[in-house]
Design a protein around this ligand. Structure first.
Ligand code: SF4
Ligand code: SF4
Length: 210
């Protein structure tokens, strides 16, 4: 049976998910299908499984009248590597018998972590977080992505100047990375989508803005 969940004035991550994705994490009955089908939930990758993330959000919501305890559950969900290592493949969302949009939950967690300035759990997640912030900053500013500019800004943010340098040079030579920037387009829809995820007007990525 579907459990209704409030969507106005979000106070918990579950509220924010309901507002942003239209699904309710309280409907999750911990069957584990999302974790079992997740290609990133393998040893050495995600530190918390997608199923456990759903449980943390349920616990935060359940103990919302005990703020320190609720905040600790939210912190565990927001600082895990899980949302950053999620590939957005939607396998979990399509497998969920309760109709929970787990991939959408990961989107919300990423935006909240950025908005709150929470560091990612490890270097791999940290690099993905930097790429994510760089990508969103460019999308918010121009509405389109200029790949070469994105690569250079990501390198600047991550400091990994020589990683993939050979591949980058080959792509440049073969015309896969354009030197000219595409025209800027209207970004209002991108900004509205980010606001819906609780990211604030700057997408929670002020530090990465160009
Ligand atoms: S598949 Fe759905 S119901 Fe099952 S654990 Fe994952 S979110 Fe919960
Ligand atoms: S969308 Fe993310 S959490 Fe879901 S199965 Fe794919 S990688 Fe795993």
């Amino acid at each position: 049976m579907s459990v209704a969940h409030p969507t106005s004035s979000p106070t918990t991550l579950a509220d924010l998910v309901a507002q942003s994705t239209g699904t309710c994490v309280l409907n999750c009955y911990q069957c584990g299908r999302c974790a079992a089908g997740c290609p990133q939930n393998v040893p050495g990758f995600m530190d918390i499984s997608p199923t456990r993330i759903m449980h943390l959000l349920q616990l935060e919501d359940t103990f919302s009248n005990d703020p320190p305890r609720a905040a600790e559950y939210a912190r565990q969900a927001l600082t895990s590597s899980t949302c950053w290592l999620c590939a957005g493949c939607q396998a979990c969302t399509t497998r969920c018998p309760q109709g929970v949009d787990i991939a959408g939950v990961m989107d919300v967690l990423r935006q909240q972590a950025l908005a709150l300035g929470l560091a990612a759990a490890d270097r791999r997640s940290e690099d993905i977080q930097k790429f994510h912030a760089t990508f969103l900053a460019a999308a918010l500013k121009h509405g389109r992505i200029h790949e070469l500019d994105l690569v250079l800004r990501y390198k600047l943010a991550s400091g990994h100047w020589l990683e993939d340098a050979t591949v980058g040079w080959q792509m440049l030579r073969r015309g896969k990375l354009s030197l000219s920037r595409p025209a800027t387009v209207d970004t209002s829809k991108i900004q509205a989508a980010l606001r819906q995820m609780g990211a604030g007007p700057d997408g929670g990525i002020e530090e990465a803005k160009t």
